[in-house]
Design a protein around this ligand. Structure first.
Ligand SMILES: CCCCCCCC/C=C\CCCCCCC/C=C/C(=O)SCCNC(=O)CCNC(=O)[C@H](O)C(C)(C)COP(=O)(O)OP(=O)(O)OC[C@H]1O[C@@H](n2cnc3c(N)ncnc32)[C@H](O)[C@@H]1OP(=O)(O)O
Ligand code: FAD
Length: 616
């Protein structure tokens, strides 16, 4: 599997390079080129062993290295002359970066760093492609000068000979073992023992170690986290893709499969005629669209911030960090939940490998963990919300994506309930601000009672997480509302298309309203009649969107090769393809399986003999 994945990954990397040259000639930004990433991802259903090389190794060299270091390492990496990974996580630490144990001791006598993973728990563990594919890595270690810790630093480390691919002396590298998916990625482990690299192998765009050992601190230490921010932005796009693929499969199957008459004596309808099936499938189609739009917005913000950081303007880093966290969490959680819900909507055939929904789930699910485990990133955002609430109390302006928090904070009560889109959006935002206020009261009370900020974050963790989740909902729903209702290119849309988009907005807002009804009722009085009216609208908008479901998923434009699903094939010949796949199973090569003579027959005979004996 690994060699097949590498073969496909090389084909994908060549395709990506050509896309890059087409969309972004000579440029460094791979995102425009990734418009073909659905194809790239589909080429390698067991995961891409070059993903981290492309997404993190090359970018870290470009963004964290000096121009000279880019010339020495980055150009060769961009050109795929060397293959690298991003080796930060260790067997013993992944989230708490200040706890990383790998160390880099500066030797001013030789102007080198001596790299060590002092204990088993210090081994790098998980980096994509590290096991077998890569010959280089970005090695993240605690920097020590004269045995004084200076914080985290990144080092370009060659781990395998470029000709023979043999691990170099002092390098212990290999594959970490089978996973629940992505088994073509060869995630690996790496131990270094007294491994020396020249001083200029430390990436020094933002922080430097001078030949005499003097340390020049980064103006903003968080800029070293930038490679992770980029991938969080990519995850938002990629996981919305996974959800869109699953939604396409389930939608197509739901208009092929017929089951259970709705009226006595009537023929069995397509299962998508059942209202409950519509409630399983159509909201996931809309969620995929909602997150794809939010991810595109985030990517634009990343590109703008990256250019600003290149000019040493770090002002937008905090907002990008907050949004990248919230979108990475929301998209990975909701896509994973949605794909499983869509699998269940396809009955038993949804559980067949030939349906590919299990593999799409296995590809999407780890995004809840890598690039910052979701619950940890929610806490990150919760902390940022506490800082911003302090700004609100001090009457200061907030970052644009949090402006609604200021507005809602000035409302003494929620206006008369109208049930309009603006009303629904404001209700989610108002509930979010109410949750932030309550979280801040708990958090601040703890800080005032002399608890450390870290402890206060931990003990207020449930409320911080709730506030962060509602902030994510507010941002995503607000972005979707703007794109549908206030988009500058709205007039270019046909009335029919605008109506479909507005139906999707209606469904998204009502669905989020019902998902957080408890949170909303905590702060807003809504009558039973007003809630029942929303229930009716939900049923109505599902009915309205039903005729457009296939067209919307066709517009995702995934071909059969990408979907790789007997349930979601464009020609709708589901049963023929399921049967074709079944006949290809190795067990069907022989009429009588080998295990019959070896195991089953003796087992049955022994039981029959025992039964006879017991009768005697
Ligand atoms: C061939 C073709 C290929 C093409 C590919 C096809 C397309 C595929 C696309 C996408 C698929 C994705 C594939 C990806 C593959 C997986 C790769 C996975 C890689 C990894 O997992 S890398 C390791 C990731 N690890 C983490 O994320 C660690 C998480 N932990 C942390 O971030 C930190 O420890 C912390 C933030 C949780 C805690 O930090 P700390 O305790 O040190 O201190 P804090 O007080 O919390 O923070 C200090 C300060 O810094 C601010 N901060 C924190 N993080 C950031 C950041 N990232 N950016 C900016 N600022 C940050 C924080 O807000 C605090 O600020 P204040 O001091 O409060 O102001
Ligand atoms: C498929 C895959 C690919 C990966 N690729 C890479 C890669 O290329 N490079 C790389 O460096 N890493 C990679 N990783 C590692 C990934 O970044 C880590 O798994 C992730 O950061 C979580 O760290 P951990 O696994 O050590 O879990 P831990 O940090 O040990 O956390 C375990 C659990 O403890 C809880 N927890 C931890 N900290 C806190 C906290 N502060 N507050 C509350 N609860 C907390 C959470 O529930 C968390 O899930 C990959 C992981 C996977 C699954």
């Amino acid at each position: 599997m690994a060699s097949m994945s590498v073969k496909h990954a090389i084909a994908a990397a060549k395709k990506l390079r050509s896309l890059q040259e087409r969309f972004n000639p000579g440029g460094s930004d791979i995102y425009p080129a990734l418009m073909g990433d659905e194809a790239i991802t589909a080429l390698i259903p067991s995961g891409n062993p070059l993903s981290v090389h492309i997404l993190m190794f090359t970018r870290a060299l470009r963004e964290q290295g000096t121009d000279e270091q880019y010339e020495k390492f980055g150009r060769r990496a961009d050109n795929n002359e060397i293959i690298g990974t991003f080796a930060q996580t260790e067997l013993g630490h992944g989230t708490y970066l200040r706890g990383l144990e790998a160390r880099a001791d500066y030797d001013r006598g030789t102007e080198e760093f001596v790299l060590n993973t002092p204990k088993l728990s210090s081994y790098k563990w998980w980096p994509g492609g590290l096991g077998q594919t890569c010959n280089y890595c970005i090695f993240v270690a605690q920097l020590y000068i004269d045995n004084e810790a200076k914080g985290m630093a990144m080092f370009v480390v060659q781990i395998r000979d470029e000709e023979t691919h043999m691990p170099l002396p002092g390098v212990h590298v290999g594959e970490i073992g089978k996973k629940m998916g992505l088994n073509g990625v060869n995630n690996g482990f790496l131990g270094l023992k007294d491994y020396r690299v020249p001083r200029l192998n430390m990436l020094m765009r933002h922080q430097q170690v001078l030949p005499d050992g003097r340390f020049v601190k980064s103006p903003v230490s968080q800029v070293s986290y930038f490679p992770m921010v980029f991938v969080r932005c990519m995850v938002a796009r990629q996981n919305s893709n996974y959800l869109a693929q699953a939604a396409t499969i389930a939608t197509r199957y739901s208009v092929i499969r017929r089951q259970s008459p709705i009226e006595e004596g009537q023929p069995e309808p397509k299962i998508l005629e059942h209202l409950t099936q519509q409630m399983k499938v159509i909201p996931e189609i809309v969620t995929a669209v909602v997150y794809r739009l939010a991810a595109a917005n985030l990517q634009n913000m990343y590109n703008e911030t990256a250019e600003a950081v290149y000019r040493k303007d770090f002002s937008r880093l905090p907002e990008l960090h907050a949004l990248a966290c919230i979108l990475k969490v929301a998209t990975s959680y909701d896509s994973t939940y949605g794909i499983e819900r869509l699998r269940q909507a396809c009955g038993g055939h949804g559980y067949l490998t030939a349906g590919n929904l299990g593999n799409i789930f296995a590809m999407a699910a780890p995004a809840c963990t890598y690039e910052g485990e979701n619950s940890v990133l929610y806490l990150q955002v919760g902390k940022i919300l506490m800082k911003n609430w302090s700004q609100v109390l001090a009457g200061r302006e907030l970052m644009p994506s949090m402006a609604y928090i200021s507005e809602c904070s000035k409302m003494t009560s929620f206006p008369q309930w109208t049930g309009s889109w603006e009303c629904l959006l404001k209700a989610i935002q108002y509930a979010c601000v109410g949750s932030i206020r309550l979280a801040f009261q708990s958090y601040n009370a703890r800080v005032q009672s002399a608890q450390s900020q870290t402890a206060a974050v931990n003990y207020s963790g449930l409320e911080l997480t709730k506030a962060a989740e509602l902030h994510g909902r507010s941002y995503v729903a607000g972005n979707f509302y703007q794109q549908i209702v206030n988009s500058p290119n709205k007039h270019q849309r046909s009335p029919q298309f605008q109506k479909v988009l507005e139906n999707m907005l209606e469904l998204h807002l009502i669905q989020i309203f019902f998902r957080h009804l408890g949170d909303i009722l905590r702060f807003i009085r809504i009558t039973e009649d007003e809630i029942s009216a929303l229930q009716r609208r939900l049923e109505e908008v599902l009915k309205e969107l039903r005729p457009d479901a296939v067209a919307i998923t066709d517009a995702f434009d995934f071909n059969d090769k990408i979907l790789s699903s007997a349930l979601g094939c464009y020609d709708g010949n589901v049963y023929e393809r399921l049967f074709e796949a079944a006949l290809k199973h190795p067990l069907n090569r022989k009429s009588v399986p080998d295990f019959f003579e070896a195991h089953l027959k003796p087992f049955m005979k022994e039981n029959a003999d025992n039964a006879k004996k017991s009768k005697l």
